[in-house]
Design a protein around this ligand. Structure first.
Ligand code: HEC
Length: 113
């Protein structure tokens, strides 16, 4: 009887810890989530924007491969200028500093080791 009760308490506190961890990472990731939403609306038409999806435009690199070409931080400047350079088929889109930060944060999370 006693053993069963102790076991039950242990389990309950373990579940509590897991819930706490989930809540914490959700708020820390809200910038990332914002960036994800932005690229899904503005870029996913042509680029692969997730961890495994393919780009639907044959020439557009999937975002998870961008750091192989140049540092992700270089994107900041490109986005601020409205990435039209080297983007023949892309509508010009000038992002606000908040949007740029969110997009860069999100794209950074996609890069491989
Ligand atoms: C209409 C299709 C289209 C959309 C929408 C689009 N892109 Fe592109 N993007 C391309 C194509 C095509 C290329 C490849 C251009 C080339 O290599 O000549 C490209 C290339 C890029 C590159 C690499 C440039 C380089 O020099 O290597 C970046 C970074 C990029 N896009 C970012 C974005 C971001 C961020 C968005 C959303 C805000 C976006 N693109 C939306 C078509 C698109």
């Amino acid at each position: 009887m006693n053993a069963v009760c102790r076991h039950g308490r242990l389990k309950a506190s373990a579940i509590g810890l897991v819930l706490l961890a989930c809540v914490q990472s959700a708020s820390a990731d809200s910038v990332t989530e914002h960036g994800k939403a932005l690229v899904e609306v503005n870029c996913a038409r042509c680029h692969g924007v997730g961890k495994t999806d393919k780009s639907s435009h044959p020439d557009a690199p999937p975002f998870r491969t961008l750091s192989k070409r140049y540092p992700i931080s270089d994107l900041e400047e490109a986005l601020a200028e409205g990435i039209s350079t080297g983007h023949p088929d892309m509508p010009e889109w000038i992002a606000s500093p908040d949007q740029i930060e969110a997009i860069i944060t999100y794209i950074s999370t996609l890069q491989g080791p």
